[in-house]
Write a protein that binds this ligand. Structure first.
Ligand SMILES: [Fe+2]
Length: 273
Protein backbone atom coordinates (compact mmCIF):
# COMPACT_ATOMS: atom_id res chain seq x y z
CA UNK A 1 0.00 0.00 0.00
CA UNK A 2 2.84 2.39 0.82
CA UNK A 3 4.35 1.78 -2.60
CA UNK A 4 1.03 2.43 -4.32
CA UNK A 5 0.60 5.73 -2.42
CA UNK A 6 4.17 6.92 -2.85
CA UNK A 7 5.08 5.65 -6.31
CA UNK A 8 1.90 5.01 -8.29
CA UNK A 9 -0.33 7.75 -6.87
CA UNK A 10 2.66 9.98 -6.18
CA UNK A 11 1.33 11.44 -3.00
CA UNK A 12 3.41 12.32 0.03
CA UNK A 13 0.59 12.93 2.52
CA UNK A 14 -2.08 10.43 3.51
CA UNK A 15 -4.78 9.83 6.07
CA UNK A 16 -4.51 6.23 7.32
CA UNK A 17 -7.80 4.35 7.65
CA UNK A 18 -8.52 2.09 10.61
CA UNK A 19 -9.79 -0.38 8.01
CA UNK A 20 -6.14 -1.39 7.58
CA UNK A 21 -5.38 -1.80 11.28
CA UNK A 22 -8.30 -2.20 13.66
CA UNK A 23 -7.60 -0.36 16.93
CA UNK A 24 -9.20 -3.33 18.74
CA UNK A 25 -6.57 -5.80 17.56
CA UNK A 26 -4.45 -7.26 20.40
CA UNK A 27 -1.98 -4.59 21.43
CA UNK A 28 1.30 -6.40 20.85
CA UNK A 29 0.33 -7.69 17.39
CA UNK A 30 -1.17 -4.32 16.49
CA UNK A 31 2.05 -2.54 17.45
CA UNK A 32 4.16 -4.85 15.28
CA UNK A 33 1.85 -4.40 12.30
CA UNK A 34 1.73 -0.63 12.79
CA UNK A 35 5.54 -0.52 12.94
CA UNK A 36 5.74 -2.34 9.59
CA UNK A 37 3.24 0.04 7.95
CA UNK A 38 5.08 3.02 9.44
CA UNK A 39 8.42 1.83 8.10
CA UNK A 40 7.01 1.13 4.66
CA UNK A 41 5.47 4.58 4.36
CA UNK A 42 8.69 6.20 5.56
CA UNK A 43 10.66 4.24 2.93
CA UNK A 44 8.35 5.56 0.22
CA UNK A 45 8.48 9.16 1.46
CA UNK A 46 4.86 9.26 2.57
CA UNK A 47 3.77 11.09 5.71
CA UNK A 48 0.91 9.58 7.71
CA UNK A 49 -0.63 12.92 8.67
CA UNK A 50 -3.51 11.44 10.61
CA UNK A 51 -5.56 8.28 11.14
CA UNK A 52 -9.30 8.00 10.64
CA UNK A 53 -12.23 5.66 11.14
CA UNK A 54 -13.05 3.69 7.97
CA UNK A 55 -15.96 1.59 6.77
CA UNK A 56 -15.65 -0.97 9.58
CA UNK A 57 -15.71 1.66 12.34
CA UNK A 58 -18.57 3.56 10.72
CA UNK A 59 -20.88 0.57 11.12
CA UNK A 60 -21.13 1.18 14.89
CA UNK A 61 -23.08 3.85 16.77
CA UNK A 62 -20.14 4.72 19.05
CA UNK A 63 -20.66 7.61 21.47
CA UNK A 64 -24.41 7.96 20.79
CA UNK A 65 -25.26 4.26 21.08
CA UNK A 66 -28.47 3.45 22.95
CA UNK A 67 -26.72 1.17 25.43
CA UNK A 68 -24.42 2.64 28.09
CA UNK A 69 -22.03 -0.31 27.82
CA UNK A 70 -21.78 0.28 24.07
CA UNK A 71 -20.94 3.94 24.67
CA UNK A 72 -18.27 2.93 27.16
CA UNK A 73 -16.82 0.49 24.64
CA UNK A 74 -16.78 3.27 22.04
CA UNK A 75 -14.76 5.46 24.37
CA UNK A 76 -12.29 2.62 24.95
CA UNK A 77 -12.15 2.04 21.18
CA UNK A 78 -11.28 5.67 20.51
CA UNK A 79 -8.57 5.55 23.18
CA UNK A 80 -7.08 2.56 21.38
CA UNK A 81 -7.33 4.49 18.12
CA UNK A 82 -5.31 7.26 19.76
CA UNK A 83 -2.69 4.66 20.73
CA UNK A 84 -2.66 3.28 17.18
CA UNK A 85 -2.23 6.80 15.80
CA UNK A 86 0.91 7.32 17.86
CA UNK A 87 2.18 3.84 16.90
CA UNK A 88 1.93 4.90 13.24
CA UNK A 89 3.98 8.01 13.95
CA UNK A 90 1.08 10.42 13.63
CA UNK A 91 -0.50 12.67 16.25
CA UNK A 92 -3.93 13.43 14.73
CA UNK A 93 -6.91 11.08 14.75
CA UNK A 94 -10.49 11.44 13.66
CA UNK A 95 -13.82 9.71 13.12
CA UNK A 96 -17.53 10.25 12.91
CA UNK A 97 -18.66 10.55 16.54
CA UNK A 98 -21.83 8.53 16.76
CA UNK A 99 -25.35 7.60 15.71
CA UNK A 100 -28.63 7.79 17.65
CA UNK A 101 -30.90 4.76 17.54
CA UNK A 102 -34.19 5.33 15.71
CA UNK A 103 -36.17 5.38 18.97
CA UNK A 104 -33.72 7.75 20.71
CA UNK A 105 -33.79 10.05 17.69
CA UNK A 106 -37.53 10.55 18.23
CA UNK A 107 -37.10 11.65 21.86
CA UNK A 108 -35.63 15.19 22.12
CA UNK A 109 -34.89 14.86 25.86
CA UNK A 110 -33.08 11.59 25.43
CA UNK A 111 -31.17 12.95 22.44
CA UNK A 112 -29.93 15.91 24.43
CA UNK A 113 -28.89 13.65 27.30
CA UNK A 114 -26.87 11.47 24.93
CA UNK A 115 -25.44 14.52 23.19
CA UNK A 116 -24.14 15.96 26.46
CA UNK A 117 -22.67 12.59 27.40
CA UNK A 118 -20.89 12.55 24.03
CA UNK A 119 -19.43 16.00 24.74
CA UNK A 120 -18.12 14.77 28.10
CA UNK A 121 -16.62 11.70 26.42
CA UNK A 122 -14.87 13.82 23.82
CA UNK A 123 -13.41 16.08 26.51
CA UNK A 124 -12.15 12.96 28.28
CA UNK A 125 -10.77 11.60 25.01
CA UNK A 126 -8.89 14.87 24.48
CA UNK A 127 -7.45 14.50 28.03
CA UNK A 128 -6.34 10.98 27.22
CA UNK A 129 -5.03 12.03 23.82
CA UNK A 130 -2.91 14.75 25.35
CA UNK A 131 -1.47 12.30 27.89
CA UNK A 132 -0.21 10.00 25.11
CA UNK A 133 1.00 12.70 22.69
CA UNK A 134 -1.98 13.30 20.42
CA UNK A 135 -2.21 16.89 19.16
CA UNK A 136 -5.66 17.01 17.53
CA UNK A 137 -8.93 15.09 17.21
CA UNK A 138 -11.17 15.55 14.17
CA UNK A 139 -14.89 14.84 14.09
CA UNK A 140 -16.49 14.28 10.69
CA UNK A 141 -19.83 15.78 9.75
CA UNK A 142 -21.91 13.02 8.11
CA UNK A 143 -25.00 13.20 5.87
CA UNK A 144 -27.41 11.33 8.16
CA UNK A 145 -30.06 12.97 10.29
CA UNK A 146 -29.48 10.52 13.16
CA UNK A 147 -25.78 11.33 13.41
CA UNK A 148 -23.96 14.22 15.06
CA UNK A 149 -23.04 16.50 13.51
CA UNK A 150 -24.86 16.35 10.16
CA UNK A 151 -25.49 19.99 9.23
CA UNK A 152 -23.91 23.42 9.51
CA UNK A 153 -25.73 24.48 12.65
CA UNK A 154 -24.97 21.19 14.40
CA UNK A 155 -21.32 21.29 13.36
CA UNK A 156 -20.93 24.79 14.74
CA UNK A 157 -22.70 23.82 17.97
CA UNK A 158 -20.44 20.82 18.42
CA UNK A 159 -17.27 22.79 17.79
CA UNK A 160 -18.31 25.54 20.21
CA UNK A 161 -19.29 22.94 22.82
CA UNK A 162 -15.81 21.43 22.62
CA UNK A 163 -13.85 24.65 23.04
CA UNK A 164 -11.38 24.43 25.89
CA UNK A 165 -10.58 20.73 25.37
CA UNK A 166 -7.09 19.55 26.35
CA UNK A 167 -6.10 19.31 22.67
CA UNK A 168 -8.00 20.95 19.79
CA UNK A 169 -11.06 19.11 18.49
CA UNK A 170 -11.73 20.15 14.91
CA UNK A 171 -14.27 19.47 12.18
CA UNK A 172 -13.56 17.23 9.23
CA UNK A 173 -15.56 18.38 6.24
CA UNK A 174 -16.41 15.91 3.47
CA UNK A 175 -17.40 17.35 0.07
CA UNK A 176 -20.00 14.67 -0.59
CA UNK A 177 -21.58 15.07 2.83
CA UNK A 178 -21.61 18.87 2.73
CA UNK A 179 -23.28 18.85 -0.71
CA UNK A 180 -25.95 16.25 0.12
CA UNK A 181 -29.09 18.07 -1.01
CA UNK A 182 -31.77 15.61 0.20
CA UNK A 183 -30.79 16.37 3.80
CA UNK A 184 -29.37 19.88 3.62
CA UNK A 185 -31.43 21.56 0.90
CA UNK A 186 -30.20 25.14 0.33
CA UNK A 187 -27.40 24.63 2.83
CA UNK A 188 -25.79 22.03 0.56
CA UNK A 189 -23.32 24.71 -0.43
CA UNK A 190 -19.61 24.40 0.30
CA UNK A 191 -19.21 28.17 0.36
CA UNK A 192 -21.70 28.42 3.23
CA UNK A 193 -20.09 25.55 5.10
CA UNK A 194 -16.64 27.07 4.79
CA UNK A 195 -17.79 30.57 5.67
CA UNK A 196 -19.62 29.33 8.79
CA UNK A 197 -17.32 26.58 10.03
CA UNK A 198 -14.02 27.66 8.42
CA UNK A 199 -12.00 28.35 11.60
CA UNK A 200 -12.89 24.91 12.96
CA UNK A 201 -12.06 22.85 9.86
CA UNK A 202 -9.04 20.60 10.49
CA UNK A 203 -9.09 18.59 7.25
CA UNK A 204 -11.36 17.63 4.37
CA UNK A 205 -12.38 14.50 2.48
CA UNK A 206 -12.41 14.72 -1.29
CA UNK A 207 -14.86 12.61 -3.24
CA UNK A 208 -16.89 12.98 -6.39
CA UNK A 209 -20.65 13.20 -5.88
CA UNK A 210 -23.89 14.01 -7.67
CA UNK A 211 -25.27 15.81 -4.62
CA UNK A 212 -28.11 13.30 -4.42
CA UNK A 213 -26.32 10.37 -2.76
CA UNK A 214 -23.10 10.11 -0.76
CA UNK A 215 -21.39 8.32 -3.64
CA UNK A 216 -17.65 8.53 -2.82
CA UNK A 217 -16.88 8.18 -6.54
CA UNK A 218 -13.45 8.82 -7.94
CA UNK A 219 -13.15 11.79 -10.28
CA UNK A 220 -13.51 9.78 -13.49
CA UNK A 221 -17.24 9.37 -12.90
CA UNK A 222 -19.28 11.10 -15.63
CA UNK A 223 -22.18 12.12 -13.38
CA UNK A 224 -20.09 13.98 -10.81
CA UNK A 225 -20.90 17.61 -10.05
CA UNK A 226 -17.41 18.64 -8.86
CA UNK A 227 -14.44 19.73 -10.96
CA UNK A 228 -10.85 20.30 -9.88
CA UNK A 229 -11.39 23.95 -10.70
CA UNK A 230 -14.56 24.31 -8.61
CA UNK A 231 -12.87 22.60 -5.64
CA UNK A 232 -9.83 24.86 -5.80
CA UNK A 233 -11.98 27.96 -6.26
CA UNK A 234 -14.28 27.22 -3.31
CA UNK A 235 -11.34 26.27 -1.11
CA UNK A 236 -9.49 29.46 -1.97
CA UNK A 237 -12.55 31.63 -1.43
CA UNK A 238 -13.13 29.87 1.90
CA UNK A 239 -9.60 30.76 3.00
CA UNK A 240 -8.75 27.08 3.42
CA UNK A 241 -5.87 26.68 0.96
CA UNK A 242 -3.64 25.45 3.80
CA UNK A 243 -6.02 22.70 4.95
CA UNK A 244 -5.18 19.19 3.74
CA UNK A 245 -7.83 17.42 1.66
CA UNK A 246 -7.63 13.63 1.48
CA UNK A 247 -9.18 11.50 -1.25
CA UNK A 248 -11.83 9.23 0.25
CA UNK A 249 -12.94 6.98 -2.60
CA UNK A 250 -15.21 4.04 -1.75
CA UNK A 251 -15.58 1.71 -4.74
CA UNK A 252 -18.03 -1.17 -4.86
CA UNK A 253 -16.65 -4.23 -3.06
CA UNK A 254 -16.97 -6.22 -6.29
CA UNK A 255 -14.97 -3.78 -8.42
CA UNK A 256 -11.78 -5.23 -9.88
CA UNK A 257 -8.62 -3.97 -8.18
CA UNK A 258 -7.10 -2.90 -11.50
CA UNK A 259 -10.08 -0.64 -12.17
CA UNK A 260 -9.95 0.87 -8.68
CA UNK A 261 -6.26 1.70 -9.01
CA UNK A 262 -6.67 3.04 -12.52
CA UNK A 263 -9.47 5.34 -11.34
CA UNK A 264 -7.37 6.53 -8.41
CA UNK A 265 -4.38 7.28 -10.65
CA UNK A 266 -6.49 9.20 -13.13
CA UNK A 267 -8.16 11.04 -10.25
CA UNK A 268 -4.83 12.12 -8.77
CA UNK A 269 -3.60 13.26 -12.20
CA UNK A 270 -6.82 15.19 -12.75
CA UNK A 271 -6.78 16.91 -9.34
CA UNK A 272 -3.14 17.88 -9.81
CA UNK A 273 -3.84 19.33 -13.26
FE1 LIG B 1 -15.58 11.32 4.67
Amino acid sequence: MAEICGEELQTDHIQFSWDFIDPWWPEESRKRIAARFRQAFTEHGVSIDCTFGGNAAYAFPHLLAPDKDQRGIAFEYFKRAADLTLELGSSVMGSPAGTYSVSDSKDPGRKEELYQEMIEALFSLADYGKSVGLTQIQIEATPLLNEEPHDIEGSLRLMKSLEGSAIPIRLLLDWGHALFKPLLGEEADMGVWMKTCGPYIGAMHLQQTDGLWDEHWDFTHPEGMLTAESIKKATHEGGLDDVYQYLEIVPRYEEFSENVLDGMKRTMDYLRS
